[in-house]
Design a protein around this ligand. Structure first.
Ligand SMILES: Cc1cc2nc3c(=O)[nH]c(=O)nc-3n(C[C@H](O)[C@H](O)[C@H](O)COP(=O)(O)O)c2cc1C
Length: 180
């Protein structure tokens, strides 16, 4: 049994990315895993100050906000799902703030499998290269025990719920969760 943490970075709580997360979670729970999904937009998470304070004092960020709770959840998770719609080819600002703040975990993030779940207006993966590169380059910043489990894009999703129109995408999200 794995502890799975889903960091859901869309400000639309019932939007397409959230729907994909729920399908992933349904599969993972059926497979016996414990899943926690956090709507990042509900949290107060400031941008990284770049002060390097965390690098000097054993990984403790100098800022006091909801990231404190996320640091401990991230460190105790076996599997982390980064879930974000594509905003101008990359993460939402909300999830990017979390990613930047994990700079404090550079030397303490070990033994985790990361997944990327994402949705976008674009019709195919050729438009998602920057997002996928960013995800992979992020993982490459940690040691070799931090690995990629998989990724999934939902295409042509403008209005909340559009992702349900693609049964194949919904099925892939479910199976990805089940296969953790
Ligand atoms: C500010 C903003 C920027 C966006 N940029 C892109 C983009 O670069 N590429 C794309 O394909 N879709 C883009 N979209 C569309 C969203 O990625 C798409 O509608 C997504 O499904 C929204 O996810 P959600 O329903 O989970 O909020 C953008 C939407 C917004 C609001």
């Amino acid at each position: 049994m794995s502890n799975i943490l889903i960091l859901m970075g869309s400000p639309r709580k019932h939007g397409n990315t959230s729907i994909l997360c729920d399908e992933f979670a349904r599969g993972a729970e059926e497979a016996g895993h414990r899943v926690e999904k956090i709507n990042i937009a509900d949290k107060t998470i400031k941008g990284c100050l770049g002060c390097n304070g965390c690098q000097r004092n054993g990984g403790k960020c100098v800022q006091h906000d909801d990231m404190a709770e996320l640091y401990s959840k991230i460190l105790s998770a076996d599997v982390i799902v980064l879930a974000s719609p594509i905003y101008y080819y990359t993460w939402t600002a909300q999830l990017k703030a979390v990613i930047d703040r994990t700079y404090a975990l550079l030397s303490t993030m070990h033994n985790k499998v990361f997944y990327l779940l994402s949705t976008c207006m674009s019709p195919d993966e050729s438009w998602c290269k920057m997002m996928l590169d960013s995800f992979r380059n992020y993982l490459a910043c940690y040691d070799e025990t931090v690995t990629e489990g998989g990724y999934l894009f939902g295409f042509e999703t403008g209005e909340p719920g559009d992702v349900r129109k693609s049964e194949a995408t919904m099925q892939k999200a479910y199976e990805m969760g089940k296969g953790v």
